[in-house]
Ligand binder design. Structure first.
Ligand code: AMP
Ligand code: MG
Length: 353
């Protein structure tokens, strides 16, 4: 087991010596977890195949699910991508740095392992001074999936990274909790019209406004498991965001949802299960369970997104057997929240009527 170095760093003005220490690991082919505005990423030199392979191993990530490559300037996009359509130039100007990942056909120089053998590459520029400083200091694009063990909820703090990866990676840059809390939106620019493969920190509504014609891949809003053959993005077919507890997601109008959550809570408590309810500010007083946690207000879906993964991990550390979660409106950041909750529940969706 390696020793994982914890480097506390100022989120706005990262101390150069700490960034240099982290970049030294990246340059040697090592692995460094770092904050972005979405979740913590686990970084490796995207152009070093051995380093990227070690990244997959540390996360226990299936080799067919490629990471996002993070850049600090748009010149690197032109080195990594074969073709950059003009709509993509507009998106980069409008949304970067920020939580939007663009998928392009990749250039020949990109190692196969970095793109998992696909003919495309996913690229974004994160909006976080620590991430940008690390990429600049490392002098290479950084391949970085979320810094969790594959299948677990994504990490929104350095502690979450440690809980999953201590002893498996070289260092963690700790700049406190991340502000968006769900991963970036993945938009496929290699097809026409562009298609959202994963909803995330950039709302679909904002992309529609910028592009006019943009589609949601049907699986983004899927209410059941994706058949393997139809997945456009490798991430669609892997187990994701799952806490140890069994998750039920209750969807419908709020009063019916509250009644259904209460009914399920009672039923599982009678079975001697330790039950956690994932509620909202407006509804939490209605519940009594072993643990009741609020995602935030239903009228502030950005706060809901920010709290989601932390609360799923908290239920696990409290040893909850069953989590009963309320659905929220699938609009703005709520679309990403509902996509993650549906996957976390393994599509155990209960309709409240
Ligand atoms: P993560 O890095 O853990 O946030 O996951 C990255 C996401 O981007 C996963 O859902 C991947 O499947 C997806 N992804 C990465 N590269 C590509 C690509 N070339 N085409 C489509 N999706 C991709
Ligand atoms: Mg991930």
């Amino acid at each position: 087991m390696k020793k994982t170095l914890l480097l506390k760093v100022d989120p706005l003005r990262p101390e150069p010596e700490k960034v240099q220490a982290a970049a030294a690991f990246i340059k040697k082919g090592g692995l460094v977890a770092f904050p972005t505005e979405t979740v913590y990423g686990l970084g490796a030199d995207a152009l070093n195949p051995k380093a990227v392979l070690a990244l997959f191993e540390a996360k226990k990530r299936p080799l067919d699910n490629p990471p996002i490559v993070h850049v600090a300037n748009t010149n690197d996009v032109h080195k990594l991508a074969g073709q950059v359509p003009k709509e993509a130039e507009l998106l980069m100007k409008t949304f970067w740095p920020g939580p939007l990942t663009l998928v392009f056909k990749h250039a020949d120089a990109v190692p196969k392992v970095t793109v998992a053998g696909l003919d495309t590459i996913a690229i974004r520029m994160p909006q976080h001074n620590v991430a940008l400083a690390l990429i600049n200091e490392s002098s290479c694009p950084i391949a970085a999936p979320s810094a969790n063990l594959a299948g677990k909820p994504s990490p929104t703090s350095a502690q979450h990274v440690f809980d999953d990866l201590n002893g498996r990676i070289d260092a963690v840059l700790d700049a406190g909790a991340t502000c968006i809390g769900v991963e970036s939106t993945v938009l496929d620019m290699s097809v026409n019209p562009p298609m959202v493969l994963r909803p995330g920190g950039t709302p679909f509504e904002a992309l529609k406004k910028a592009l006019g014609d943009v589609r949601l891949h049907p699986f983004v809003v899927a209410e059941e498991e994706v058949p393997l053959a139809k997945a456009r993005s490798p991430g669609m077919r892997h187990k994701h965001y799952a806490p140890n507890a069994r998750v039920f997601l209750v969807e419908g109008a709020v009063p019916a949802v509250v009644a259904k959550v209460k009914e399920l809570t009672e039923a599982y408590r009678l079975k001697q299960c330790k039950v956690g309810v994932l509620a909202t500010d407006e509804t939490m007083a209605a519940y009594s369970a072993n643990a009741v946690k609020s995602l935030g207000s239903r009228f502030n879906l950005a706060a809901v997104a920010q709290n989601l993964f932390r609360l799923l991990r908290e239920f696990d550390s409290e040893g909850v057997d069953v989590i009963i979660a309320e659905g929220v409106p699938a609009e703005g950041l709520g679309l990403a929240v509902m996509n993650r909750l549906r996957k976390a529940s393994a599509y155990n969706i209960v309709r409240a009527e």
